[in-house]
Design a protein around this ligand. Sequence first.
Ligand SMILES: Nc1ncnc2c1ncn2[C@@H]1O[C@H](COP(=O)(O)OP(=O)(O)OP(=O)(O)O)[C@@H](O)[C@H]1O
Length: 388
Amino acid sequence: MIPPGADTVLVRYGDIGVKSTKVQRDMEDSLETNLRAMLDSRAVPSEIDWRWSRPRIRTAEVDAAAAVACDTFGIVSASPAVSVEPTMAAICRALSETAGALGVEGPFAVSARRAGEREAHPFTSEDIEREGGQAIWDALSDPAVDLDDPSRTFYVECRSDEAFVFVEKRTGPGGLPLGSQRPLVALLSGGIDSPVAAWELMKRGAPVIPLYFDFEAYGGVDHVARAVESARTLAGYAPNHTRDLRIAPAGAAAARFVEGIGPTRMLSLRRFMLRVGERLARETGAVGIVTGEAIGQKSSQTSANLAVTDAVAELPVHRPLLTRDKQEIIARAREIGTYEDSTVEAGCNRIAPEYPETNASLEAVEAAEPDLDALVEESFAGIDRVGL
Ligand SMILES: Nc1ncnc2c1ncn2[C@@H]1O[C@H](COP(=O)(O)OP(=O)(O)OP(=O)(O)O)[C@@H](O)[C@H]1O
């Protein structure tokens, strides 16, 4: 719901606000840079005006700008607003026009916040709520007030230089600005889970370097295309950070594992992927790896098997979906727009053995495993980049 004449999007952040002054300032800089890049990449003409820890986006396209803000990591909520002079008359006029244009089904309430120097305004926030409420009452044909359970709340934010009227707070992702953490390599399969896992780490500020393994003869027909689409959707949240997908050839490794390893095959495959991921991390300055694994979701993801998988890695392996149920992951994938890219089961179905081990020991895996070094080097050397 957009007030008539809306010209500004008010933006709020959460976790950034509890940091020390210096960290907060650095994060605000990153947030502004990222927001600018997001607005530019989605072609929303706008200016960002940063005052009192509260970014304001000035634009004629408030709906589009609010949608962009709500896709920007670090932002908790955004409100399309109309800006007016910080006087009672101007505020009441804006409230009256907003109520007249949008109408109200059921009772309404006014919630006002007056900030800035006391002497800047000869009125309090309670005054705004009372007089503004009267202005709305007069503008409606069948008005009713319910401060505890309104069907619409009219918000007023009054600062010393400007006041804003708005009626909604759209929810953003929250988290921290992208780039406030060191990057991670994201193993991106094009399935449902791994794009969600990568997004969760991006939300906490870590840019990702997406890496897809092409199993060639063992992969599905459109696996590469789906991985590219998932990576492209993720890159849409990170236009100034993620610009390409790395594709590592993995057909030779898959063939070796299929021919030579029985029940522990998938664990060696995961260990191979982690090793290539680590090679890429070291080359790109990334400090860890992200996967979409969740405890017990597949035979390779039992608590015992994850321990064996991790034993091959020196860098930390982040699994933000570790404790999530599939339905929760699907809901998130729909929210962030990666579900459509990944609706066909991807990954390792053609490689999996008939009777996979669910409780492997490191000794058993290592005994069955060929020397990974050469396979890792070959795959790493063949990595290709696809622009997103
Ligand atoms: N082809 C691949 N390229 C890159 N990473 C992969 C690939 N296959 C699997 N992975 C990584 O290993 C994790 C576990 O593999 P699994 O077989 O469960 O994946 P999937 O079901 O194919 O895809 P997803 O986990 O994304 O739904 C994935 O979440 C992903 O991080």
